[in-house]
Ligand binder design. Structure first.
Ligand code: KG4
Ligand code: ZN
Length: 341
């Protein structure tokens, strides 16, 4: 089949707590993007409960798809392919989206496309600004991943650095829980930090001479500090912690862009919704004379428009995915080679 600007892809995303569906034309024209979430049901547990997430997906998937098609203004007969996240993520949650996508592909007699969730986060930037020039360095910061990736062509990824322990989002969530700020921790710390002094405590920064990250020591430093100084102001701790994380992320991303001669620096993943990171990203790129791209907050966190966009590119390069394809909780990004400085 020919995949071009008029090809319409329905994308489905169910890897964690969001049930999302989106209709995208030509890989970048978002006709609709519907996101529902079971997050409220997970709040009492302080984290996503896989079984609750799977059940919520089963209930939400059909109405969310129907709403996405209706809002797109296209008839279902106009949909040329159905893409779904096949991993990484929670197995039960992934299976709901994969099964729904395969069923629709069979009924409509159109291709099914299995999408890697991490690759989709990389495409969120290109989706909003298709004019971005390659090579790009993308900082992918989510609840499960912190990776610096060079994207030299579509589907060509090189891992430049990653976390050696906790992901940045995980560190936000753990520190927020410790500070009693609730779940999810990233937005809670972001809000609290607005009222705090970011220079109140000098928490440790990045590992020198490496493009890898480490956030576990920082998390422990926050806990030790609060235990030693029980009268610390929570907003000051939140602001100082957030600044330490953002300092590391920005410093390593800038260095990576310099080392590989990237034309632009793109942010992706849930932590890219962080106010300080977004601010500092733009300033850093301005100083270094490279293109900065910060996707809208809605495009940073999990959504199905990025799945449909990545699905369009994959369909164009690899063709349809076999219906034998399953769901792969530990799926990795397909890398061309790793980086040796
Ligand atoms: O990409 P995402 O929606 O889901 C995963 O694939 O992990 O990322 C979720 C992560 C959570 O750890 C959450 O605390 C973090 O993104 N997050 C933030 C903010 N909003 C979400 N972290 C810092 N500041 C925020 N404003
Ligand atoms: Zn994600």
């Amino acid at each position: 089949m020919t995949v071009d600007e008029s090809t319409v892809v329905l994308g489905l995303e169910t890897s964690c707590d969001e049930t999302a569906a989106s209709v995208v034309m030509g890989g970048s024209d978002v006709l609709s993007s519907v996101i529902n979430t079971s997050i409220e049901q997970h709040v009492p547990f302080g984290g996503v409960v896989p079984e609750i997430a799977s059940r919520a997906h089963v209930e939400l998937i059909a109405p969310v798809i129907a709403q996405a098609i209706e809002e797109s203004g296209v008839a279902d007969t106009r949909i040329d392919a159905v893409a779904a996240t096949v991993g990484p993520g929670l197995i039960g949650a992934l299976l709901v989206g994969v099964a729904a996508a395969k069923a629709l592909a069979l009924v409509w007699d159109v291709p099914f496309v299995g999408v890697n969730h991490l690759e989709a986060h990389l495409y969120a930037g290109l989706l909003e600004d298709p004019s971005l020039e390659l090579p790009l360095v993308v900082l992918l910061v989510s609840g499960g991943h912190t990776m610096l990736i060079e994207m030299s062509a579509h589907g060509q990824y090189r891992l430049l650095g990653e976390t050696i322990d906790d992901a940045a989002g995980e560190a936000f969530d753990k520190v927020a829980r410790f500070l009693g700020l609730g779940y999810p921790g990233g937005p809670a710390i972001d809000r609290e930090a607005q009222y705090g002094d970011p220079t109140a405590v000098a928490f440790p920064r990045a590992i020198p001479d490496s493009l890898n990250f480490s956030f576990s020591g920082l998390k422990t430093a926050v806990m030790n500090h609060v235990r030693k100084h029980p009268d610390s102001v929570t907003a000051d701790i939140a602001a100082s912690f957030q600044t330490a994380v953002v300092d590391s992320l920005v410093a390593k991303a800038r260095r990576a862009a310099r080392e590989v001669g990237a034309k632009g620096l793109v942010l992706g993943g849930g932590v890219a919704a962080n106010s300080l990171l977004r601010q500092r990203w733009a300033t850093a790129c301005d100083e270094d004379g490279i293109q900065a791209f910060v996707p809208s907050r809605a495009m940073c966190t999990d959504n199905a428009a990025m799945i449909a966009a990545a699905g369009w590119y994959r369909l164009k390069s690899d063709g349809p995915t076999s219906l034998d394809c399953g769901a792969y909780p530990g799926l990795r990004l397909p890398l061309v080679q790793s980086y040796t400085p």
